[in-house]
Design a protein around this ligand. Structure first.
Ligand SMILES: Nc1ncnc2c1ncn2[C@@H]1O[C@H](COP(=O)(O)OP(=O)(O)OP(=O)(O)O)[C@@H](O)[C@H]1O
Ligand SMILES: [Mg+2]
Length: 253
C-alpha cells in the first residue's frame, strides 16, 4: 500500500493503482483495471463513459463506501487503507456528501427527517439558515412532511441532495444527480453544485451521461473498460460529445 503523501498536496481525492474485481472464475468482472487519478480540491470534476465502464464503482471506492481489490484511495487527508473502520466512518460522515443513483431515503422518515439524518448521526444541530437555503433552492418547501413514497422520483432526488449537503461536506460525490430531474430542476441542481465549488470552496465529483451537465465541470475524466481513457479541461458540450463518440468507436473497433 502507498505510504507517501500524494504529490499534489492540494488534492482532495487521489486514487493509486486502483482495481476492483467482482466474482470469481468464468464470472470474473474487472470493473476497475488500474486507475490513477488526482482530483484537485475546490474543483468540479465530471466522470463520463459508457454504461458498465466502472464509473459508479470508482465513485464508491473514492468515497470510501467500498474497498478496492488492490490500490489505495487518499480522501480528506488520509490513505483509507491506513485508518481504522471507525475513523473511516467518521471521515465519511463529517467530510463527505453522497448523492447516488438510488436515493436510499429511509421510507419511515419524512423528507425533513431524511435531510437531517446525517446531523442526527453526528449529534449536531441543524443550521436553520443553511437548511432554509437548501430547501428553497431545491423547491421542496412544501414536501418536507411527506414520506418518500409520497414523493415523485425527482422530489426524492432533491431530498437526497439536500441530505448530502446538510453537513456542508468538503467533498461531494454525485452519481447521476440530475438523471431523474426535468431540465429546469436539473440545471438548478447543476448551478447549485457549481456555486458550491466556486463560492463555497467545495470539491464536487459527478458522474453523468449528459454532455451539457458535464460542461458545468472544469474537468471531465473519461473512463472506458475500467481505465481512465482521457480527460478534457474546460469542457464544452461539443468537445465532450466528440470524445464520447471516439470512445464508442474504439469499443466497436
Ligand atoms: N456488485 C457487483 N457484482 C458484480 N458485478 C458488478 C457489481 N457492481 C458492478 N459490477 C460490474 O462492474 C462493471 C462496472 O459497473 P459500474 O456500476 O461501475 O458501471 P457504470 O459505469 O456506473 O455504469 P452505468 O453508466 O450503467 O451506471 C459492470 O460490468 C458491472 O456489471
Ligand atoms: Mg453507474
Amino acid at each position: 500500500m502507498s505510504t507517501t503523501e500524494p504529490n499534489r498536496a492540494e488534492s482532495a481525492v487521489v486514487a493509486r493503482a486502483l482495481t476492483k474485481t467482482y466474482g470469481t472464475g468464468a464470472a470474473t468482472v474487472h470493473a476497475l483495471a488500474g486507475v490513477d487519478v488526482a482530483i484537485a480540491s475546490g474543483e468540479f470534476t465530471a466522470i463520463m463513459g459508457p454504461s458498465g465502464s466502472g464509473k459508479s464503482t470508482l465513485m464508491h471506492l473514492l468515497a470510501g463506501l467500498d474497498e478496492p481489490t488492490s490500490g489505495d484511495v487518499w480522501l480528506a487527508g488520509k490513505w483509507l487503507s491506513q485508518i481504522s473502520d471507525k475513523e473511516a466512518t467518521l471521515l465519511r460522515r463529517e467530510r463527505v456528501g453522497f448523492v447516488f443513483q438510488s436515493f436510499n431515503l429511509l421510507p419511515m422518515y419524512t423528507a425533513l427527517q431524511n435531510i437531517l439524518l446525517p446531523l442526527e448521526l453526528a449529534g449536531t444541530k441543524p443550521d436553520q439558515d443553511w437548511l432554509d437555503q437548501l430547501v428553497a433552492l431545491l423547491h421542496i418547501e412544501d414536501r418536507l412532511t411527506h414520506l418518500p413514497s409520497e414523493l415523485s422520483g425527482g422530489q426524492q432526488q432533491r431530498v437526497a441532495i439536500a441530505r448530502a449537503l446538510i453537513t456542508r461536506p468538503d467533498v461531494i460525490f454525485a452519481d447521476e444527480p440530475t438523471g431523474n430531474l426535468d431540465s429546469r430542476s436539473g440545471s438548478e441542481v447543476l448551478s447549485f453544485l457549481r456555486t458550491s465549488v466556486r463560492e463555497l470552496g467545495r470539491t464536487v465529483i459527478m458522474v453523468t451521461h449528459d454532455p451539457i451537465a458535464a460542461a458545468h465541470a472544469s474537468r471531465v475524466l473519461l473512463i472506458a473498460d475500467g481505465r481512465i481513457a482521457g480527460e478534457i479541461e474546460n469542457p464544452t458540450p461539443e468537445a465532450i460529445s466528440t470524445s464520447l463518440d471516439m470512445l464508442r468507436t474504439d469499443e466497436v473497433a
